[in-house]
Design a protein around this ligand. Structure first.
Ligand SMILES: [Zn+2]
Length: 255
């Protein structure tokens, strides 16, 4: 019986192995990308219901333009991309849900400064989504807490708990009030993939260093930090990691 259980677990493990694009890291994800995308769409619908969309035509267009350029090189034919700007100056955040639903809050724009800064955040968030970091984190949490049968059932039935889990897993506390930081490994990986995506889309990856330096400055001496920073722990090592990958990213940069 015990042997059978081990064999069964092994099969589940192999079946649920995914490969992260660019980094080629193997990750264990307990549900299909279709299930994940469907949850992402539902979670996005919930965000839309509870948010005010910006009417600033110029800024909305800018978010769309940057998003579409990066989406083009992200190579996700099944994604139904959408880019929105939420009118909320107090929320310093941005996210990309599985399936390609991207939102920026107006509160993060001053930190982005310009189109290049927006491209840094956009590429980084899209990188989290295509690397399926939220799904991986959800899987890890669920293995620990519930056991995979219950997970599969919750995701299949698209229960409110499953939707909440995906919002939380993507660092989005809007509906759940809880913000989980991405792991350091996920952050470094999203920085790396993000660099390549922005370079491929024709944005100078050097701008990522400047952006995270601005972030570091903002963080210094603050007791309360904005959402984006609480889910994106930032330190000097992070910037060093980005610098390390710059030469590779620059090979894709063809302005
Ligand atoms: Zn991140």
């Amino acid at each position: 019986m015990k042997k059978l259980l081990i064999l069964f677990s092994l099969i589940i493990f192999i079946l649920s192995c995914a490969t992260v694009p660019y980094s080629q890291r193997k990750s264990v994800i307990l549900f299909s990308s279709e299930q994940e995308m469907s949850l992402g769409e539902q979670a996005f619908a919930e965000v839309l219901k509870t948010s005010r969309i910006s009417e600033d035509k110029e800024k909305v267009e800018l978010i769309k333009r940057v998003g579409e350029r990066i989406a083009k090189v992200a190579d996700q034919p099944k994604y139904k991309w959408e880019f929105i700007l939420i009118d909320d100056n107090n929320t310093v955040n941005a996210f990309c849900l599985p399936g390609g639903k991207v939102a920026f809050y107006t509160g993060i724009l001053p930190l982005c400064q310009d189109e290049d800064g927006i491209a840094v955040v956009m590429a980084h968030e899209i990188a989290h989504a295509i690397a399926r970091h939220g799904a991986e984190r959800m899987s890890q949490g669920m293995i620990a807490e519930l056991g995979q049968n219950i997970v599969a059932l919750a995701v299949e039935k698209k229960t409110p708990e499953a939707r909440k889990a995906i919002l939380t897993a993507y660092g989005l506390g809007v509906t759940v009030g809880v913000l989980l930081p991405y792991s350091r490994q996920h952050e470094y990986e999203a920085d790396y993939i993000g660099l390549i995506l922005m370079a491929k889309a024709g944005y100078d990856p050097n701008k990522a260093v400047e952006f995270w330096q601005r972030m570091l400055k903002l963080q210094e001496g603050k007791t309360t930090i904005p959402e984006f920073l609480s889910t994106h722990p930032n330190d000097k090592n992070r910037i060093e990691n980005i610098k390390k990958h710059l030469p590779e990213a620059l090979k894709y940069y063809n302005p």
